[in-house]
Design a protein around this ligand. Structure first.
Ligand code: SAJ
Length: 418
């Protein structure tokens, strides 16, 4: 197998295409966005993902990666397009369908098609196989089809793409084996083989596991607020138990995976997925909870025309991705409530709805500072100095970065921290 078409050059497709291109394959990267195609072909990658620009440049310069608007005949096709949520919390499979339709006219006997996009169980056999069979070829007989979910963490994509175990599920054993050959060219960890529906379900279970565990931490954080306890201390001490590992509470769960994927199961099994739904609701309630804390603190201090400084709007630390970001939701709620808000976000150049300020400008004369994302720039900040620049000295830390820095000396009550 020599030539692979990767459909979708986003945060998974582009690293996957580049890694394959530097491991002996001729790769055609396909995307519907002309700007994306242009910038890849000119080696201009606008990302803060460590190592990605260098990898793409080396793949493009060695002519093993070429970006194009349309797929073309190849030995294998890998679909890495987004599966967002519809307004009624269902999986929007339109990009997956479109990508599969795009492959139909290029599909030849003995080709392999791999779906990587996160999808509800059954999508590979019930949706993708049927679309591809419009080519006149039969899935599992004339061409091969497998589901191989990505499992990488934004911020560590290149490392995890190579070093994480991989789950591969074909619609039959030959499909599974052929897909394995592709991944074993660059994966150094174990490759686990199964069927496509089990692989689809496994992917969802991984992200739901994270969502429900974060929901537990967030619920504990709300309860600690009620009892005026420092949640970071409670979680830290509980985690000293050898069999307990509570995750970090925060301003909510964001990103286009953890906050989205649980709905794919709720959609398919609404009567059974009660716990999963509740966890989603708890995590979704966190932005309002944080805003209530701001309201209470401002009211308690009787501050007129308060200025709220917000640190971070991305969905998590050290990324530039704003999708489903709870920090961004909080900023928007505060603005809608009429607060004067100053936002500092070192990983983003500008925002359409509000101005971005430097850390100095955000902190100077602020009445309340809201730490929303634990970016390394903020972790490295001396908050004792920051306090000196504020008008009123309220700091609400949703991330835990003040933990262990003697926050009592900052004059904050336990209920205002965490
Ligand atoms: N978060 C917390 N507390 C924690 C951990 C995370 O509040 O203790 C928040 C983050 O701030 C963020 C959200 O949860 O808002 C999700 O962040 P994350 O780092 O847990 O995960 P993602 O969404 O960036 O990536 C996840 C990963 N899944 C798992 O770790 C099980 C990744 O491996 C998947 O490849 C990715 O989803 C995906 O694409 O599905």
């Amino acid at each position: 197998m020599k030539k692979i078409c990767v459909l979708g050059l986003g945060y998974i497709g582009l690293p996957t295409a580049s890694i394959l291109a530097t491991h002996g394959f001729k790769v055609i990267g396909v995307d519907v966005n002309e700007k994306v195609i242009d910038s890849i072909n000119h080696c201009h990658i606008d990302t803060i993902e460590p190592g990605l620009d260098a990898l793409v440049s080396s793949a493009v310069k060695s002519v093993s990666l070429e970006a194009k608007l349309e797929p073309e005949k190849a030995d294998a096709f890998i679909i890495c397009v987004p599966t967002p949520l519809t307004n009624d919390h269902k999986a929007d499979l339109s990009y997956v369908r479109k990508a599969a339709k795009g492959i139909v006219s290029c599909l030849r006997k003995n080709n392999l098609v791999i779906l990587e996009s996160t999808v509800p169980p059954g999508t590979t056999t019930e949706v993708v196989a049927h679309i591809l069979e419009r080519s006149g070829l039969r899935a599992g007989e004339d061409f091969y089809l497998a589901y191989c979910p990505e499992r990488v963490l934004p911020g560590k994509i290149l490392k995890e793409l190579v070093e994480n175990d991989r789950v591969i599920g074909g619609i039959n054993s030959q499909s599974t084996q052929m897909a394995k050959e592709v991944y074993q060219s660059f994966v150094t960890a174990k490759i686990h083989l199964t069927d496509s529906t089990t692989a689809e379900m496994t992917k969802l279970v991984e992200n739901i596991f994270r969502d429900v565990n974060i929901a537990f931490a967030n619920e504990v954080s709300k309860i600690c607020d009620r009892f005026n306890l420092d949640v970071w201390q409670v979680v830290g001490l509980a985690n000293k138990h050898p069999r307990v590992n509570v995750l970090r509470p925060g301003p909510g769960v964001g990103g286009h995976c953890t906050a989205v994927d649980p709905w794919f199961i709720i959609q398919k099994a609404p009567k059974d997925a009660k716990f999963i739904r509740t966890a989603r609701e708890i995590n979704d309630s966190m932005p309002d909870h944080v805003v209530e804390k701001v309201d209470r603190a401002i009211k308690k201090m009787e501050i007129k025309d308060p200025i709220i400084g917000c640190l971070g709007i991305t969905y998590k630390a050290n990324v530039d991705d704003l999708r489903e970001s709870p920090a961004l939701k909080i900023v928007k709620i505060l603005i809608n409530k009429g607060y004067k808000v100053r936002v500092c976000e070192p990983n983003v150049d500008k925002h359409d709805e509000f101005d971005l300020y430097s850390l100095e400008e955000t902190v100077g004369n602020a009445d309340c500072l809201l730490i929303l994302v634990a970016h390394e720039e903020f972790v490295g900040t001396d908050f004792a100095v920051v306090l000196g620049k504020m008008r009123n000295k309220i700091i609400i830390d949703t991330t835990g970065i003040l933990k262990g820095r003697g926050q009592e000396s900052f004059g904050m009550s336990g209920s205002m921290v965490g």
